[in-house]
Ligand binder design. Structure first.
Ligand SMILES: CC(C)(COP(=O)(O)OP(=O)(O)OC[C@H]1O[C@@H](n2cnc3c(N)ncnc32)[C@H](O)[C@@H]1OP(=O)(O)O)[C@@H](O)C(=O)NCCC(=O)NCCS
Length: 371
């Protein structure tokens, strides 16, 4: 039996959801280029595309909008939990527990699709409530007249977004919605394959996304830019990091050996939105880090990834750095649930093997006779 560490290059299922071309730096959802979706689409439309496999017509779009908008408020038990939990709790722990509580509260017999829409609708509310409560601010209840992305911004900031903020919020969420068979999506499938429930699958996905090798690099990238502070110091900083054998955060990817297309798109938004927020100096630092990083690492196929500019965008949109992985989860839940539904259409229990390298036939020794 062959051992493939990290299950690298092992396919677990066929999919028609996402295709990644790591050599050319291309990403497609249901065959549509991520460049087109980020520029012309919005959260609801792309979520529909990922879930149902086609772009919605007007009627289908207004139906999904209405469904997502009407399910945002949390059960009282979950809001109470968010009010009582320690303010310094890890936001991913809080989100994981709150989604688990949603599962306990949901006793109706609706389809996995309906439950997926409901979870997707409520995750921003969980994040925004916790963010405001720990800042000592009153919660802002969801506004059904706003789109998913605009309402998310509104619940965090207590005001409606500008046109650029709304566009950036939609694009950032679209870019995080799916990425084929990453660790968290696989975790969701393992749980789903036992015919457990969709809440348990999503809790597994959040648990896997929490780790710094998966969802946590975006805040680290932002910290780097803040630490450098001035674009003139960027080259020295990058060189000193690389000489010490440390990694440049927001650079490198298992699949992309060129620019991650999501980084290219987010760079444009980061430029505009940092200008609007008066923190353009951070963007200039990032741009210089990118230039120097590509100069020294590009020849090894190490380029900016999605996390390089996303932190700047999320920060400009009013989110705290430790909340960034939860925003990632709020978008990725669409991909998680779509992959679960696709897998369950042809389910087979996921049960790999381990290669035993221990002893066998050892003689049992009574406790008094042991060394
Ligand atoms: C994402 C990541 C884990 C993928 O790495 P991987 O495909 O498993 O590649 P490896 O970790 O085996 O690294 C391969 C080589 O590239 C180097 N490398 C990879 N990413 C690097 C980075 N960000 N900065 C400096 N060197 C890097 C490694 O040091 C290693 O060099 P070596 O062969 O001389 O030892 C890795 O690029 C990384 O740690 N990046 C920083 C964290 C990050 O931005 N994560 C978000 C991913 S979306």
């Amino acid at each position: 039996m062959e051992l493939r560490k990290g299950l690298e290059d092992i396919a677990v299922k066929e999919t028609s959801i996402t295709y990644i071309d790591g050599e050319l730096g291309r990403l497609y959802y249901r065959g549509y280029s991520i460049f087109d979706l980020a520029e012309f689409s919005n959260f609801e439309e792309t979520a529909y595309l990922i879930w149902y496999g086609k772009l919605p017509n007007r009627e289908e779009l207004s139906e999904i909008r209405e469904k997502l908008a009407s399910k945002r408020e949390l059960p009282p038990s979950v809001t109470k939990y968010l009010m009582e939990i320690k303010k310094d709790s890890n936001p991913m722990d809080v989100l994981r527990t709150a989604v688990s509580m949603l599962g306990v509260e949901d006793t109706d017999n609706s389809s996995i699709m309906e439950k997926s829409i409901s979870i997707t609708s409520k995750i921003p509310t969980i994040i925004a409530y916790f963010l405001r409560l720990r800042r000592g601010e009153d919660i802002v209840h969801p506004d059904e007249s706003l789109s998913h992305a605009e309402n998310f911004y509104y619940m965090v900031n207590g005001k409606r977004p500008s046109d650029l903020e709304s566009k950036a919020m939609n694009a950032a969420l679209i870019l995080h919605m799916d990425h084929e068979m990453n660790a968290s999506t696989f975790a969701c499938l393992v749980v789903a394959s036992t015919l457990s429930d969709i809440y348990s699958s999503v809790v597994a996905g959040i648990s896997a996304l929490k780790g710094p090798l998966h969802g946590g690099a975006n805040s680290e990238a932002l910290k780097q830019f803040m630490e450098i502070g001035d674009k003139e110091k960027a080259e020295e900083y990058v060189l000193s990091k690389l000489t010490k054998g440390e990694r440049l955060m927001g650079f490198g990817h298992r699949i992309y050996k060129t620019y991650d297309p999501r980084a290219k798109i987010l760079k444009g938004y980061a430029e505009g939105i940092t200008k609007e927020k008066g923190i353009y100096n951070l963007y200039e630092v990032a741009q210089k880090v990118e230039e120097v990083g590509v100069k020294y690492l590009g020849s090894k196929g190490i380029y900016p990834n999605v996390d390089f500019y996303s932190g700047l965008v999320f920060y400009s949109l009013g989110f705290d750095a430790d909340m960034f992985p939860t925003i990632f989860a709020s978008a990725r839940v669409v991909g998680w649930t779509a992959h679960v539904m696709e897998y369950l259409r042809n389910n087979r229990l996921i049960r790999p093997k381990a290669i035993y390298v221990g002893e066998i036939g050892r003689k049992y020794v009574p406790i008094d006779d042991r060394q």
